[in-house]
Design a protein around this ligand. Structure first.
Ligand code: AP5
Length: 212
């Protein structure tokens, strides 16, 4: 099974991808994580991407598509695309890549979450700098403040989770990513899941939609 998980910033794509990786042996291809890792390593790609991410804008399509192509060359079936595609242009490029690697996406699952919930989730999210474990100051706090329960690393707020950047990310999402709903309805891959439930219920809804 190959999946696309898409939705607004904070919709829970990363959280659900982690569950699908642990329980369903899928591998996650998160363009956000790949870009953050490129920034951490100060690679050419990272240096180019940083300015866009810090402002809440999309990284140019050609950089992101090239990055996904490299991952497809290493891994085969059983993937979740988390955060890619997020423009119609990227979706068209994905179709070309899938043909090249003889792969098929079975479902493109949209996580529907109301705007107010997105704001609460994004502003309260905290992430471990070392292992990437995701927390939330209210719904999933660390046991000791700012210390990761998993690895003892430093738990911080993402630069792009600051209030002024969140607004821009949500605007970018509305302009470029919402049109993907229509795109995947036309390809027949579209499924919608209520992302405004507890994590376990969202996971169960995703599993049901995978089997339809
Ligand atoms: P990326 O990292 O992909 O950010 P995003 O799409 O904005 O998504 P998030 O990671 O913010 O949210 P999420 O949906 O994964 O939510 P999460 O599970 O963490 O991309 C970052 C940037 O990189 C982009 O802005 C762009 O610049 C660039 N980029 C990436 N891909 C690109 C592409 N394809 N093209 C161009 N540019 C690209 O959950 C959020 C919080 O909510 C957490 O605290 C979590 O604990 C909590 N939570 C999750 N689920 C629930 C639940 N069910 N109930 C209660 N709380 C929950």
């Amino acid at each position: 099974m190959n999946l696309i998980l898409f939705g607004a910033p904070g919709a829970g794509k990363g959280t659900q991808s982690n569950l699908l990786v642990k329980r369903d042996q899928l591998h996650q291809i998160s363009t956000g994580d790949l870009l953050r890792s490129a920034i951490k390593n100060e690679s050419q790609l990272g240096l180019k991407a940083k300015g866009f991410i810090d402002k809440g804008e999309l990284v140019p399509d050609e950089l992101v598509i090239g990055m996904v192509k490299e991952v497809f060359a290493l891994h085969g079936n059983g993937f979740i695309l988390d955060g890619f595609p997020r423009t119609v242009n990227q979706a068209a490029a994905l179709e070309v890549l899938l043909k090249e690697f003889h792969l098929v996406v079975n479902k493109a699952i949209f996580l529907e979450v109301p705007y107010k919930t997105l704001l609460t989730r994004l502003s309260g999210r905290r992430v471990c700098k070392s292992c990437g474990t995701v927390y939330h100051i209210s719904s999933k706090p660390t046991s000791i403040e700012s210390v990761c329960d998993e690895c003892g690393g430093n738990v911080v707020q993402r630069n792009d989770d600051k209030e002024e950047v969140i607004a821009n990310r949500l605007k970018t999402y509305e302009e470029f990513t919402i049109p993907l709903k229509k795109y995947f309805k036309q390809t027949g891959q579209y499924a919608e899941v209520n992302g405004d439930q507890d994590e376990e219920s969202v996971y169960m809804s995703i599993k049901s939609s995978m089997n339809l």
